[in-house]
Design a protein around this ligand. Structure first.
Ligand SMILES: *Cc1c(COP(=O)(O)O)cnc(C)c1O
Length: 216
């Protein structure tokens, strides 16, 4: 099936409260335009430089999401346009995003990345660390960022019970912080292989790459 056929099929299958981020990392501009022409406006990239290049060369009404691990020294290159940063995993990074957003007189929406997978290679914060950021005095001074929710990645495994348990765990925590903090709206969980399980476990935003664009 073509990119547009994949996209339309997936979009149709999503409940209306779930936002689709089309993950276009490593894919050429022509692939992004095919999805764009089929109606997709939100794209996700995991490298800042690649995202900047695509931003410069593609339609200006695309919303760009940074879904990868952040190098603090590169935040400045995307601060004028990025629409949501998914992978924030320290107060230090939040402060840098705030500083760069301020230069452009913007408020940048951010998700805190929770570590829910078993492997220790996955980046992210523990639930305790997330709570301490959300209640930190420092947060009030960061007027150019908004924490709007959480992002998580399940263990890469064919054991769907394990994936389900990991998503259920982050969803329970998401519901808790949502009830305690206004402005928390977004739970970014689910990729090509597990977005259906994620949606059953409270996902409001799925990040789908290969199921739309083919394997990388
Ligand atoms: C690559 C990537 C995705 C999409 O992965 P697919 O399996 O191709 O859907 C989602 N989230 C993050 C953080 C990624 O790096």
């Amino acid at each position: 099936m073509s990119i547009s056929e994949n996209l339309i099929k997936i979009k149709k299958s999503l409940p209306s409260h779930v936002t689709l981020v089309a993950v276009s990392k490593t894919k050429p501009a022509s692939d992004i335009l095919e999805a764009y022409d089929a109606g997709q406006r939100i794209f996700g990239e995991n490298k800042i430089q690649e995202m900047v290049e695509k931003y410069n060369n593609l339609p200006q009404d695309i919303e760009w999401h940074m879904i990868g691990h952040l190098q603090r020294n590169k935040v400045k290159y995307m601060a004028h346009f990025v629409s949501l940063v998914h992978g924030v995993d320290s107060l230090k990074t939040l402060k840098e995003i705030n500083k760069q957003a301020k230069k452009h007189d913007r408020v940048i929406n951010c998700l805190l990345q929770a570590k829910i997978a078993e492997e220790d290679t996955k980046f992210g914060l523990s639930f305790t660390e997330i709570e301490s950021i959300l209640t930190s005095e420092n947060l009030n001074e960061l007027s150019n960022i908004n924490i709007v929710g959480l992002m998580g990645m399940a263990t890469f495994t064919s054991d769907t019970t394990q994936v389900q348990e990991e998503f259920s765990k982050i969803n329970t925590f998401f519901e808790k912080i949502k009830s305690q903090n206004k402005g928390i709206t977004t739970l970014s969980i689910g990729m090509s292989g597990d977005y259906k399980i994620a949606i059953e476990n409270g996902s409001t935003m799925v990040r789908v790459g290969s199921a739309i664009f083919g394997s990388r």
